[in-house]
Design a protein around this ligand. Sequence first.
Ligand SMILES: [Zn+2]
Ligand SMILES: [Zn+2]
Length: 350
Amino acid sequence: MKSVRVCEHGEPLVSVETETPQLKGTEVLLKVNASGICHTDLHLWEGGYDLGGGNRLNIAERGISLPMTMGHEVAGTVISVGPEGDASVIGKECVAYPWLGCGECSTCKRGQENLCATSRSLGVFIPGGYAEYVVLPHAKYCVEHGGIPASQAALLACSGVTTYSAIRKFGDVLKEEPLVILGAGGLGLMALSIVQAMEFKGAIVVDIDPKKLDAAVQAGAIAVVNSSEDGAADKIKEQTGGGAMAVLDLVGAEATINLALDSVARAAQIVVCGLYGGELRVPLPFVPMRPLNIRGSWVGNLTELREVIKLAQDKGIAPVPVTECPLSQANDALMDLKDGKLVGRAVIRP
Ligand SMILES: [Zn+2]
Ligand SMILES: [Zn+2]
């Protein structure tokens, strides 16, 4: 089978031809129909994240080794299963649940494989969708996506489940209060669409780019705030009747988390899932006095992937603009993403 791999950080992806994997136990083989190219892939390709204060998280220290076949946003058709596998899934078109754990520890047994300390995430620790085929450990990780095109369904495994899981963390407050979304890029518009599909109150969208804010207005945001202008926190407070109760930071930069802290009401919830980088410094007395609830959200679990796919099937989640490319052009598409030249999301159709 063909795949394209990261053989050295920061160097062009290398196209290789290998044997199609032989399945063991309960494993499942999917023929890849669509594989999204994600910002996370850029970090993996570059080899790290900025942690602020001049520090860098080197992915090699997290046990990610090269060569690596990236691609965690995968939709494919199940073509075979291992000797102990569930043959009833053969022929089904599925989204691959990518955030795999060890499957054995108490975190995994609680259904939070995405938080397992020994991650086996698809396209990170095990070979992913920049390839003709991928292997999953078990049929339960195949989520059928009937009614949703493969290129859109694949993205639900990452931006879809990430925003859905983050939004679920706010709980019922969103029935009464608008969600303030920081960042009107792909994730921001996905979050807006999910808030609408879940029939919550709605969203106020914040960004520094007027074009992105226009897109948020078109998509039905209650209000938009340009955070490059003075008084953005005051504008958010005005729009939320005195202070936001729910802020979703999809950027994760010092500017956005500080804007969140300046915009919230007492006992509000701030959920961070952006990975732009930087550092958060908060005077400790504010934690009890204001009281602050800052939570991280890291991708999502298998149940949440099933739920967000069902939500997309039942209520519709606005499609993401997609540029499709063959596997042979994966490197060019990744470079276009790096250079900010891409309109919408690039999806490999091997
Ligand atoms: Zn992704
Ligand atoms: Zn585990």
